[in-house]
Ligand binder design. Structure first.
Ligand code: SAM
Ligand code: SF4
Length: 496
């Protein structure tokens, strides 16, 4: 897998395998330390915060040294084979630590746990606990079972679980940006993808709890939320009937005079409405979201983004392939023309919008000409950023059952290199177009490369570096004049 060195937050390569630490201490310590390491997409990092929240309640503290831990959890990703290889290697290291400290509990969480289930216990003998993404509430019981000398598995998938009532603690937080999970699972059946099998059916989280979480975050000083889901455009939640103060159920659209109701009884909140409600939490709270699906992104969503200044002008719209036949066997349910229509709509309704994408090269039976359609799509859209991957066959997926993984590795790689080079060119062109313009930047902290500089992101999600000015602190917005750039970063200075 090759990923460009570009600042897209949804799958941050630099965070892979990061040990997550809590700022809060448990109210009543149980004397045990948790080490939790996460891989994969932002959703997994967000899930680790739910896990930490559940265990904080039970008195666990966190540590960033697994050798000193009483419980080691690894939250895993199955999306490509190399993600799984990485986790297996890590488990071998944990096994060595456990041989020195037999009381240590080692657990696998997330997608790989769901995919391999008890195989982890039977064949590999590397772990004590295996827990799928919908079973985190059961973790305290499962740890108890292991303490009692058993091995423990819970990989039940749920149609309801959204962890809506669990207020996630923030791990390794900069206190400015937070991920907020708005839905779980996925009902699309993209033929290459393991997610519907590992994360189950799609379900949307209660809108009230989402808005409450965003409001709490804002009150704690956070200034940016990223709403997360595998397909945010299909978010749909129906407000349950609620009695009014006079004891009768509220009608659709009627808002309770006692406050607290975002919606009247039975009213359906779609993604456009949820975006709007989040934007209304406070004009100083930036709103981002990921991931959009080309088949579901509506003009209503685009008009909502255009209407609110604090909804960032940035859309991640994975194309996967620029060829309609390949899209068809990928089961993406849109064509090249449909995708282009959505791009044209974005350009028309939000002219300044940055667009990023995901691309897979060398999917089953893809010809050179079909690959060239992906290249020409990149020329058409001129993406700001892209994640590009070689196809990796995943056991159990529709593609693995139906089609041979028949594109040789070197061909997949050559195609990948071609699109990576193309993207680097367009990333540079996109950032060059910003030079001489003033960017509204949310300061996130000191630059990793220089302690003389601040870093933050523009509305369009570009990383911006500029000299520290003591008048401004992280969490504040500043106006930065873009003076130069690389293909990944804008360099500028604050203007008054
Ligand atoms: N739900 C999102 C969507 O539909 O675009 C993204 C889900 S997935 C976690 C992120 C990306 O991984 C996908 O967009 C796809 O490009 C890539 N991916 C998924 N399965 C893959 C596979 N078997 N081989 C290579 N890349 C894959
Ligand atoms: Fe996987 Fe497709 Fe669902 Fe994205 S939309 S998670 S690629 S099945």
């Amino acid at each position: 897998m090759i990923e460009l060195d570009i600042p897209v937050k949804t799958h941050d390569e630099s965070r892979q395998g990061e040990a997550l630490m809590l700022e809060q201490q448990p109210e009543k310590k149980n004397g045990r330390k948790l080490y939790i390491e996460s891989y994969g997409c932002a959703m997994n990092f967000s899930d680790s915060e739910i896990v930490a929240s559940i265990l904080l309640d039970k008195g666990f503290e966190t540590t960033n040294d697994f050798k000193n831990a009483d419980v080691i959890f690894i939250n895993t990703c199955s999306i490509r084979e190399n993600a799984e290889v990485r986790v297996r290697n890590r488990l071998k290291e944990f096994k060595v630590a456990k041989s020195k400290n037999p009381g240590m509990v080692v657990g696998v969480l997330g997608c790989m746990a769901e995919r391999l289930k008890s195989k982890f216990l039977e064949e590999e003998k590397l772990v004590d606990v295996v827990v799928g993404p919908d079973a985190y509430r059961d973790l305290p019981n499962l740890i108890e079972q292991v303490d009692g000398g058993q091995r423990a598995v819970n990989v039940l998938l749920s149609r309801e679980e959204t962890y809506a009532d669990i207020n996630p603690v923030r791990l390794n937080s900069n206190g400015i940006n937070a991920f907020v999970s708005i839905m779980r699972g996925c009902d699309n059946m993209c033929s290459f993808c393991v997610v519907p099998f590992t994360r189950g059916r799609e379900r949307s989280r209660d809108a009230h709890s989402i808005i409450q979480e965003c409001t709490d975050l804002f009150n704690q000083g956070y200034r940016e939320v990223t709403l997360l889901g595998q397909n945010v455009d299909s978010y749909k939640w129906q407000a349950p009937p609620k009695p009014s103060p006079e004891g009768r159920a509220l009608d659709a659209g009627e808002v309770s005079p006692t406050g607290g109701d975002l919606e009247g009884a039975g009213e359906v909140v779609n993604f456009a409405r949820l975006l709007e409600l989040t934007a209304l939490v406070n004009t100083e709270l930036r709103v981002r979201f990921s991931t959009s699906h080309p088949k579901d992104i509506t003009d209503e969503v685009l008009y909502t983004i255009a209407k609110y200044d604090n909804i960032c002008n940035y859309i991640h719209l994975p194309v996967q392939s620029g060829n309609s036949r390949v899209l068809d066997i990928m089961n993406r349910t849109y064509t090249r023309e449909w995708y282009i229509d959505r791009i044209d709509a974005i350009r028309r309704i939000i002219p300044e919008c940055a667009i990023s994408t995901d691309v897979i090269t060398g999917f089953c039976t893809e010809t050179d000409e079909e690959h060239q359609d992906t290249v020409s799509m990149m020329d058409y859209v001129k993406y700001d950023f892209a994640y590009m991957f070689m196809y990796s066959e995943r056991p159990g997926t529709l593609a693995a059952k139906r089609y041979a993984d028949d594109i040789p590795e070197d061909v997949k790689k050559t195609r990948l290199q071609e699109i990576v080079a193309k993207q680097q060119q367009y990333s540079l062109v996109r950032l060059q177009a910003q030079i001489g313009k003033v960017q509204k930047v949310l300061i996130e902290g000191t630059s990793k490369k220089s302690d003389q500089d601040y870093c933050g992101r523009s509305d369009q999600n570009a990383m911006v570096i500029f000299p520290i000015d003591e008048r401004f602190k992280p969490g504040q917005y500043v106006k930065v004049l873009a003076e130069k750039c690389t293909s990944a970063t804008i360099i500028g200075r604050i203007i008054d």
